[in-house]
Design a protein around this ligand. Structure first.
Ligand code: ZN
Length: 531
């Protein structure tokens, strides 16, 4: 039997950007859009052009994606014509494949929030959809507060949805904007809407204020909705949006949905889901939720004892899915078989194939576990993992040695009498038989140290010419007096390759130094610098 297509619409970059403490740069948005595109998401809602400079920038040029890039904005303002509304004009000019309008569908909001008539609200929906269609865009209408509006005055809520559909909107999205609707209510209301508008044109946008955004999403799908809106890791204002990272594996791995529906997410992409989820956390400099369904570190962790021995024999005894399907792994505290095969797979990926019974594999695994226990994060720091593995397997030449370094931060008046803070680093290294001393000033102590380290590597200097530090992230772990600092540094080179290294120490400069050193040595290995 042919399966029905379900469409996935991600709004991490628009609704997710409303999360407290989240502030996406343009580079962050492009990175996340790429992750979503590779995952196989159908629509990426990237922002609200005209509302802020970053979103305007994002849509100022065509971004090559398989997904349909969607610009978000309001329907024309009451009492204006579509061509005379600057917000709408900016939206129509955006380089987007689709436009998602938001409009009121609760009579109470029409009266109180935008102070207009129901007729004018409907006219605004029709005019806006028509204007976007005339521009050749695919059109979606987010019916804000649809469920509350439907409970208060079903005819008006339906009329808003119907107006968009009749005017040719591809999707009418029913939004539980306040997030207070319960699954059985969603199931009933979506069912009733689908009697008027075909379900293949209905979307669901659920918020998590009763911890049921995911359940509400599935309730809507059961009643006929065929577009799912959500965000990565459930980001979103207040309690967040429906979490696509939980929804996608349920759709693909639970037979009730898997037998009936297909999505744009391949099995192979599903296998990278945990990485995508963690990449977003890293980008936001947040600790990943260990208990997140499917992708959390503890999602498939079992303590030693009878469970663990049963799991070793038959994983299905205590696991609802195979963790590898979503890129996670089983964690057992007795004998970590899964960890071992992970390490083997990783070694193979980086071209360091070793025999599976090689005792060095266990040594490497132990080393990784010990280091991760004190704060190293090798899942995020691919290059540091590779170096650790290469060192254990005896494959990292001894290029140079840092005999000592000194970093100094001084605040003083400059020649113009302005108060300035100056950082200076002095690095003494030994290359071959030669001792080299470099001095550099930087914007901060880490920048000064980085510049001094890379200033003169003697015979190796030519190999690191194209090396560039592209991102620097600091996280304080544990907190209190026990606090240690983890530094993650992302580097890039002239070939366009990017890699991440990690350092951990009680001292931020020392942690940064470790990560910088790993980055330089990684680049030398990668460039085939001679020993
Ligand atoms: Zn929302």
């Amino acid at each position: 039997m042919a399966r029905e297509r379900l469409y996935l619409f991600d709004t991490t970059l628009r609704d997710g950007a409303q999360t407290n403490g989240v502030d996406f740069t343009l580079a962050d948005k492009l990175t996340i859009a790429r992750l979503l595109d590779e995952l196989g998401i159908d629509y990426i809602e990237a922002g609200y052009p005209g509302a802020n400079p970053i979103d305007t920038d994002f849509f100022s040029e065509r971004r090559a994606m398989k997904a349909r890039l969607t610009a978000f904005g309001m329907t024309r303002r009451p009492g204006r014509s579509a061509s005379n509304d600057p917000g709408l004009v900016a939206l129509l000019d955006a380089h987007a494949d689709a436009i998602c309008f938001v409009a009121k569908s609760w009579d109470y909001h029409v009266r109180v929030a935008i102070e207009t008539t129901e007729e004018e609200n409907l006219a605004s929906i029709r005019d806006s959809v028509r204007a976007a269609k005339a521009k050749g865009r695919e059109v979606l209408l987010d019916c804000e507060h649809f469920f509350d509006g439907y409970k208060a005055k079903p005819d008006f809520a339906l009329a808003c949805a119907q107006a968009a559909y009749d005017e040719g909107a591809r999707w009418v999205v029913l939004c539980d904007t306040n997030g207070g609707t319960l699954p059985h209510e969603v199931e009933r209301i979506v069912g009733e809407v689908c009697e008027k508008i075909p379900g293949e044109h209905i979307g669901i946008h659920a918020h998590n204020d009763t911890e049921q955004a995911v359940a509400n999403t599935f309730a809507a799908v059961r009643s006929g909705a065929r577009q799912i809106q959500g965000t990565l890791n459930g980001l979103g204002e207040r309690c967040g949006n429906a979490n696509l990272v939980s929804i996608i594996p349920t759709l693909k791995l639970k037979s009730e949905y898997a037998d009936k529906f297909e999505t744009g997410v391949s099995d192979e992409a599903l296998g990278r889901l945990a990485r995508v989820s963690h990449a977003v956390d890293e980008l936001l400099n947040r600790a990943a939720n260990r208990h997140a369904p499917y992708v959390g570190e503890s999602a498939f962790a079992t303590k030693a004892g009878i469970h663990a021995s049963a799991i070793m024999k038959e994983p299905a005894t205590y696991e609802h899915i195979a963790p590898e399907r979503v890129g996670n792994r089983r964690k057992l505290l007795v004998s970590d078989q899964a960890g071992r095969s992970n390490v083997l797979a990783e070694l193979e990926r980086i071209g360091l194939a070793v025999d599976k019974d090689d005792p060095r594999v266990i040594r490497l695994l132990d080393e990784v576990k010990e280091r991760e226990a004190i704060g190293y994060a090798y899942e995020s720091a691919d290059a540091s993992f590779e170096l650790l593995a290469r060192r254990l397997l005896g494959k990292v030449p001894h290029y140079f040695e840092v005999e000592k370094f000194d970093v100094n931060v001084e605040q003083r008046n400059n020649a113009k009498g302005e108060r300035v803070t100056v950082s200076q680093a002095v690095v003494k290294i030994k290359v071959g038989g030669q001792e080299l001393i470099s001095v550099a000033e930087g914007i901060g102590p880490v920048n000064a140290l980085d510049l001094a380290l890379r200033k003169d590597l003697g015979e190796y200097q030519s190999y690191i010419k194209g090396l560039e530090l592209t991102d620097y992230r600091v996280r304080i772990l544990n907190g209190g007096t026990q606090a240690v600092t983890r530094v993650l540094i992302e580097s890039a080179d002239e070939t366009g390759d990017r890699w991440t290294t990690v350092g951990v120490s009680a001292n931020i400069i020392d942690a940064s130094f470790q990560a910088l050193m790993d980055s330089i040595v990684y680049k030398l290995v990668k460039s085939g610098a001679p020993a």
